[in-house]
Write a protein that binds this ligand. Structure first.
Ligand code: HEC
Ligand code: HEC
Length: 353
């Protein structure tokens, strides 16, 4: 706890520094997922109770993955450079349908990426969220952390499939090498009852994956109108400056922008991704109560605030990076309300390094 309090001091000092140049090229590991609207007929994979995680070495990996996912701050200063936990966005410990659940994600990797003509494994996708959503430095391939997070995801996915298709018994154990690849592969071994019920492509597109797409707004989204929505529906929890709420250095309500939140490379900085997430999952405890328009407007407001730099920035500058990586619905490289160009006063990447 002391450590967390100490770290906030350099954060404050550094927050006035403008662009942090990071020269090494980072691959784009946080590309936009395909999204589709929710259907009334959707039914979701059942999730096993955490109490049923088995004893023994494999169960210990699953448990460690769960622990890292809900208390990612234990990796602060090492792999995490902000005040978030994975479960702040992947809610209910990565189990909630329509809050990008891990059980659906696991079965969608390895995934072919047209953009770099490369296949991304599950652990590479996990690394993407460390680099951008957690504003940190991702653990290495095959590290205990990525193996544990993969084991937890696999256990949720396979346990859910087994329960759905009434396959009895414990989730079969997998080697570390196999765990980090993900479940969308021909050689992924599955009980016959599951393999014959669903194709690999169907398993990779389970209902509840990602955040459901909401319709386009009637009026073009507006940060100005969003500010009003924010005051009325968000500020009580997330603070008047999006800073969240920490008690004795531990955040109980996560920051939405500023130095302690996700960076400009994270998926949540896109207006559409944030709108989809917010409509479905916020206000916490009262979700699906905003109008479609309110969700878009407040998403525009939240994503038009300054946050930690996109770690892919080079000495060519913000405008160049915006051209290369930000051809989507987002404010990086743009100015709002005659303010400075967003990204030009960004906070540090991975401030603890
Ligand atoms: C600030 C919010 C946020 C945080 C924190 C966050 N993520 Fe993500 N994550 C996202 C978004 C947004 C996506 C892309 C989902 C989409 O576009 O629908 C994503 C995608 C993923 C995916 C792929 C999902 C899929 O179905 O393909 C995995 C796996 C994942 N994150 C794991 C993690 C892990 C592990 C952590 C913590 C180390 C983490 N995330 C922290 C927002 C977040
Ligand atoms: C009752 C308190 C509460 C209200 C009101 C609320 N939130 Fe949240 N919000 C939370 C909590 C708690 C989490 C983390 C969820 C978790 O860890 O399970 C969260 C997470 C988030 C996240 C993802 C994590 C991050 O820090 O980026 C976003 C984005 C977000 N909220 C936006 C909003 C918006 C926009 C509104 C208003 C429409 C809103 N919230 C209203 C409590 C609240």
């Amino acid at each position: 706890m002391n450590k967390i309090i100490l770290w906030s001091v350099p954060l404050l000092l550094l927050s006035s520094v403008s662009i942090q140049g990071v020269s090494e090229a980072l691959p784009d590991k946080q590309a936009e997922l395909f999204t589709s609207p929710k259907k009334p007929t959707d039914s979701y994979l059942p999730v096993r109770s955490l109490a049923s995680i088995p004893k023994g070495e494999f169960g210990d990996k699953v448990r460690m993955g769960y622990q890292l996912f809900v208390n990612t701050q234990q990796l602060r200063g090492q792999y995490v450079g902000n005040e978030l936990n994975c479960s702040n966005c992947h809610m209910d410990a990565g189990r909630k349908a329509n809050a990008s659940p891990l059980w659906a994600a696991y079965l969608a990797y390895p995934a072919y990426r047209k953009k770099n003509d490369k296949v991304n494994s599950y652990q590479e996708r996990l690394q993407g969220c460390f680099t951008y959503s957690m504003n940190g430095q991702a653990p290495d391939n095959d590290s205990p952390e990525l193996i544990a997070l993969s084991a937890y995801s696999y256990w949720l996915a396979m346990g859910g499939l087994m329960d759905q298709y009434q396959v009895a018994g414990e989730v079969p154990e997998l080697s570390d090498k196999a765990l980090v690849l993900g479940g969308k592969r021909d050689d992924f071994s599955l009980p016959e009852a599951i393999a014959s019920a669903m194709t690999m492509d169907e398993r990779a597109k389970l209902a509840g994956r990602g955040f459901p797409a909401i319709p386009k707004p009637e009026l073009a989204y507006s940060p100005e109108r969003g500010a009003e929505v924010y005051k009325a529906h968000c500020q009580a929890c997330h603070g008047d400056n999006g800073q969240g709420l920490a008690i004795a250095g531990i955040y109980s309500l996560p920051p939405l922008w500023g130095p302690d939140s996700f960076n400009w490379g994270a998926g949540m900085h896109r207006v559409n991704t944030a709108a989809n997430f917010i409509y479905e999952n916020m206000p916490f405890g009262k979700s699906i109560t905003l109008t479609n328009q309110q969700a878009w407007d407040v998403a525009a407001y939240v994503t038009s605030k300054e946050r930690p730099q996109d770690p892919r920035l080079t000495n060519k500058g913000v405008a160049d990076l915006a051209k290369q990586y930000h051809q989507h619905q987002g404010y990086y490289g743009k100015a709002v309300d005659n303010g400075p160009m967003l990204g030009s006063k960004a906070y540090p990447v991975n401030p603890d390094k």
